[in-house]
Design a protein around this ligand. Structure first.
Ligand SMILES: NC(=O)c1ccc[n+]([C@@H]2O[C@H](COP(=O)([O-])OP(=O)(O)OC[C@H]3O[C@@H](n4cnc5c(N)ncnc54)[C@H](OP(=O)(O)O)[C@@H]3O)[C@@H](O)[C@H]2O)c1
Length: 273
């Protein structure tokens, strides 16, 4: 039997389900507001050891103060971090791992500014790439070797339906989310046979500081708490591609399959752009 035959089959592997969070260790990167903060709160409520990261140390400290230890909850730890800095990602990962093995890392950091081809801003395109895509690469490089060494754990990435296919205003943001989804898909292929969970999240519209700049009426918008609930449910089921709210994301998935010209016609009509 060759070495390849002894590897676990990719077909039999699904993400190990994460149902009971009591005593598990999670690290949320991009937790100073929005979806990341809501997930960190849900994990604290569920009895996990939570570490929160983002650049704004004061916002993280407010979160820590609002989530103290008691009989059912563990104290939250804060580690400020800029994901564009690989050395900083490695240093924080080392500190998180010094406290114990890690069960789930959530990459939730994100930068979004509407941009069209009529007003290209190359430095801001580079910033989208540095945070949304290279930030995820840095975090993966900092944590995946430890997950492999532990032989368990899960890494999850918040991408976006904006990465499915080109959209108006998405010139800087959309390509980084397409790349992030592709990164997660490929990591899954490489890590699932080792028993490591990988998931990618495709939210529709969620009411957060990131979408507060949108001047149009956002269809099927949900709260960060609802987003966190949807994700907790799908991590419990071992789902690879998590998407919500289904009434919106299913439409975008169907649009993804249309021929190019029909897709463009529908998108331009629907957005009025
Ligand atoms: N809201 C939506 O409708 C929606 C839809 C699809 C996908 N998403 C994605 O969901 C994720 C969370 O976004 P959100 O909507 O919850 O917005 P948000 O409240 O603005 O959260 C973004 C988080 O990213 C952190 N961040 C930004 N740059 C960072 C950096 N260089 N290093 C570390 N952290 C950084 C921010 O914290 P600091 O400023 O403190 O660093 C903040 O905690 C993003 O990836 C976003 O693209 C959101």
């Amino acid at each position: 039997m060759s070495a390849a035959d002894t590897r676990p089959s990719l077909w039999r592997s699904a993400n190990p389900p994460l149902r009971d969070w009591r005593g598990l260790r999670v690290w949320v990167v991009g937790a100073s507001s929005g979806i990341g903060e809501a997930c960190a709160h849900a994990w604290w409520q569920a009895g996990a050891h939570v570490t929160v990261s983002a650049r704004q140390a004061d916002a993280l400290q407010r979160f820590v103060d609002a989530h103290p230890a008691d009989e059912q909850h563990h104290a939250v730890r804060a580690e400020s971090l800029d994901v564009t800095d690989l050395a900083a990602c490695r240093a924080v990962a080392e500190r998180v791992l010094a406290a114990g093995t890690i069960d789930l890392v959530l990459f939730c950091a994100g930068h979004y500014k509407a941009m069209r081809a009529t007003a290209m801003d190359v430095p801001d395109i580079a910033k989208h790439n540095a945070v949304n895509y290279m930030g995820a690469v840095h975090l993966s490089a900092a944590i995946v070797p430890a997950l492999l060494a532990q032989g368990h754990g899960h890494i999850s990435f918040i991408s976006s339906v904006a990465g499915f296919r080109g959209l108006p205003n998405g010139l800087a943001y959309g390509p980084t989310k397409a790349a992030l989804t592709h990164w997660a898909q490929t990591l899954y292929i490489d890590l699932a046979p080792h028993g490591i969970g990988v998931s990618v999240v495709h939210p529709g519209f969620v009411q957060t500081p990131l979408t507060a700049q949108n001047e149009f009426k956002m269809p099927a918008i949900i709260t960060p708490t609802e987003a966190a609930q949807a994700m907790m449910g799908d991590w419990a089921r071992g789902v690879f591609e998590i998407h919500y709210p289904k009434r919106f994301t299913r439409v975008l998935k169907a649009l993804r399959c249309l021929p190019h010209r029909l897709y463009c016609w529908i998108v331009l009509r629907a957005t009025g752009l």
